[in-house]
Design a protein around this ligand. Structure first.
Ligand SMILES: C[C@@]1(CC(=O)O)C2=NC(=C\c3[nH]c(c(CCC(=O)O)c3CC(=O)O)Cc3[nH]c(c(CC(=O)O)c3CCC(=O)O)/C=C3\N/C(=C\2)[C@@H](CCC(=O)O)[C@]3(C)CC(=O)O)/[C@H]1CCC(=O)O
Ligand SMILES: NC(=O)c1ccc[n+]([C@@H]2O[C@H](COP(=O)([O-])OP(=O)(O)OC[C@H]3O[C@@H](n4cnc5c(N)ncnc54)[C@H](O)[C@@H]3O)[C@@H](O)[C@H]2O)c1
Length: 215
């Protein structure tokens, strides 16, 4: 499987089932999408501000819920495999993506897996295990999280540098080498702790010293 990124801004995600797994998926997608959760109970779980609708649709009714909410993605997260299968089939007919929380199963087109994600905007990293060991995905996510500090700021800084080098007419191969040198330089990572202005100065020094490495 090959991870792809999907922008859910302005989209609806329908989560069927309000147990711990449905709540986790709702929190995740509510960072970006409008999330609707349909379930007969929600306990005292946190759903990230999603709209909660108390109902227990059966395998026929789930089709109408999907038509009514017009989701880009349906998350089937109930403890009823038949209902999850009905949600999967109705989602496909509707042209929505589907995520089965209970089954790694047949990963045909439109059936997506939610990876463990490390995120420091605009940088994101996904970990999955082909459904073999989600607990390992979680563990690796936790390990990478601590190493990720500053990645978002580094991306913003190098994005600015690329634009500056472009506007100065620096040729692509030299720009590439300069940007690579900056992201590899420990001093730039350290300087990011004191803010982007300081890091920009250190990055400029790295580029200034730069002899034109070709790798
Ligand atoms: C990564 C993460 C993302 C998320 O959900 O947000 C995620 N599962 C997480 C946690 C987790 N899940 C499970 C445990 C218990 C320990 C264990 O069994 O390992 C733990 C750990 C815990 O709870 O501590 C059990 C489990 N999971 C699935 C099944 C059914 C099956 O595989 O058939 C069962 C057995 C249920 C049973 O036995 O009844 C299915 C899926 N779970 C996936 C993703 C997809 C595959 C990803 C991959 O390839 O690795 C997939 C296929 C579908 C999907 O849900 O997208 C999230 C960590 C988030 C984080 O913290 O970063
Ligand atoms: N993907 C994962 O990470 C992961 C982890 C653990 C378990 N699972 C699987 O996901 C499923 C859900 O896990 P859970 O721990 O949240 O289970 P759970 O049994 O605690 O919760 C299931 C929820 O679905 C609701 N529900 C039942 N019938 C419904 C209906 N007709 N319409 C709407 N909602 C309905 C229940 O009221 C409950 O809120 C499990 O059955 C398991 O197979 C997946």
């Amino acid at each position: 499987m090959i991870p792809l990124l999907h922008d859910f801004e302005g989209e609806t995600v329908l989560v069927v089932g309000g147990g711990p797994v449905g709540a986790r998926k709702a929190r995740r997608f509510a960072e970006e999408a409008s999330v609707v959760v349909v379930s007969p109970e929600f306990g005292d779980r946190e759903f990230g501000g999603a709209e909660l609708i108390r109902a227990a649709p059966d395998t026929d009714e789930i089709r109408r819920w999907i038509a009514r909410t017009d989701p880009a993605l349906v998350v089937a997260a109930t403890d009823d495999a038949d209902l999850n299968a009905a949600a999967e089939s109705a989602a496909r007919d509707h042209g929505a993506l589907v995520n089965r929380a209970d089954d790694h199963g047949d990963q045909s087109v439109g059936n997506v897996v939610v990876p463990a994600t490390v995120r420091d905007d605009p940088v994101t990293m996904a970990v999955a295990t082909g459904g073999r060991a989600p607990a390992l995905s979680k563990h690796l996510r936790e390990r990478f999280e601590s190493e990720f500090a500053g990645a978002g700021e580094m991306a913003e800084l190098t994005g600015e540098l690329r634009e500056t080098l472009k506007s100065e007419g620096v040729p692509p191969a030299e720009r590439r080498d300069a940007v690579r040198a900056v992201v590899r330089e420990r001093e730039v990572w350290k300087a990011l702790d004191s803010g982007r202005t300081k890091a920009r100065q250190v990055a400029q020094d790295v580029i200034g010293d730069f002899p034109g490495e070709t790798t």
